[in-house]
Design a protein around this ligand. Structure first.
Ligand code: DCM
Ligand code: DCM
Ligand code: DCM
Ligand code: ZN
Ligand code: ZN
Length: 268
């Protein structure tokens, strides 16, 4: 996701964490404002472009070697590169953030990585190998030339919300939070937490990756690559994609809150 997506995920999580969790992460991050999660949600995207942070580039995705739209599926042993992937990164940083013997600068990095990667794993094209997660699929969006990955990360969320500031993210998060508490997602939200186990972050986050990757076959390219290449995707395609984007952002925020709650109570 772009900045808007990550910051929205963080604000949704902020709305669902316990007060213990809030204190725990405000302490680690050294930020007692209400924006303590959103303020660091995009740090990992800046870091991966620095020389020091180059190693973390593969941590933003898992390249499922499936065959969309005929068959979708993620396999940890097959698809998580030896250099690491989003699932191994969530595993590693979940352990590290709980290690009180670690330097505080390292626990800050671990917290920031978890907040970011639980967002990224919910972007369907971050769970897909085909054409570098859609980066090599050229598309047109509202008259401009871009790629399929980018419109899922950025253009479609920003078209829905009408901006990409921290305030826009807070507003979108408030809407999706209402959806979880009393609206569209009320009846499914508890099922989003199925299989979550702090002692097994790989299995836990593979459920999220699997769930997200399935949308590559049903929504991202149900009729294959060629069907998205020669039409402007800001119309009918946007209309079918946007409910999935909203649900994936809502799920990511709700799951992030639950995961942070487990971390904060599991290591007190
Ligand atoms: N980004 C975004 N929307 C854009 C461009 C970038 O959300 N149109 C996000 C993703 C990038 C991060 O911001 O990884 C940093 O971008 P930049 O280096 O362009 O400031
Ligand atoms: N940005 C964004 N969405 C856009 C354009 C930019 O989220 N449509 C973000 C990415 C960068 C910052 O704003 O972090 C500045 O971008 P730029 O230098 O491209 O204006
Ligand atoms: N990306 C991905 N899968 C890949 C490679 C990259 O999901 N195999 C993501 C990471 C960024 C976006 O695509 O969100 C653009 O990556 P880059 O800046 O490395 O081109
Ligand atoms: Zn992306
Ligand atoms: Zn990322």
């Amino acid at each position: 996701w772009g900045n808007l997506g990550h910051e929205t995920v963080a604000y949704i999580a902020t709305n669902f964490v316990s007060s213990t969790t809030k204190t725990y992460f405000q302490n680690i991050l050294g930020d007692t404002t209400t924006d303590y999660l959103a303020n660091v949600a995009t740090w990992a995207d800046t870091y991966r472009y620095t020389t020091a942070g180059e190693y973390s580039e593969p941590y933003h995705f898992i390249d499922a070697n499936d065959n969309p739209p005929t068959s979708c599926g993620v396999d940890y042993d097959r698809d998580c590169d030896s250099a690491g992937c989003v699932v191994s990164a969530i595993n590693n940083y979940t352990t590290r953030v709980q290690e009180t013997s670690l330097k505080s600068s390292e626990r800050i990095i671990a917290a920031k990585m978890i907040i970011h990667f639980v967002g990224d794993i919910h972007q369907p094209l971050h769970d897909e190998n085909l054409d570098v997660g859609g980066n090599d699929i050229d598309v047109t969006y509202a008259g401009t030339s871009t790629n399929l990955h980018h419109i899922w990360d950025t253009n479609m969320p920003e078209q829905l919300v009408g901006g990409y500031t921290l305030a826009d993210a807070k507003t979108w998060a408030a809407n999706l939070t209402t959806g979880i508490k009393t609206g569209t997602y009320k009846s499914s939200a508890s099922s989003w937490l199925t299989g979550m186990d702090l002692s097994d972050p790989v299995s836990s986050s593979m459920i999220w990756a699997q769930d997200s990757n399935a949308y590559v076959c049903t929504t991202v390219m149900p009729n294959g690559v060629s069907s998205v290449e020669n039409v402007d995707l800001s119309g009918d395609y946007y209309d079918t994609a946007i409910p999935v984007i909203e649900e994936q952002i809502a799920k990511a925020g709700y799951r992030l809150a639950a995961w942070l709650n487990l971390i904060a109570t599991g290591s007190t």
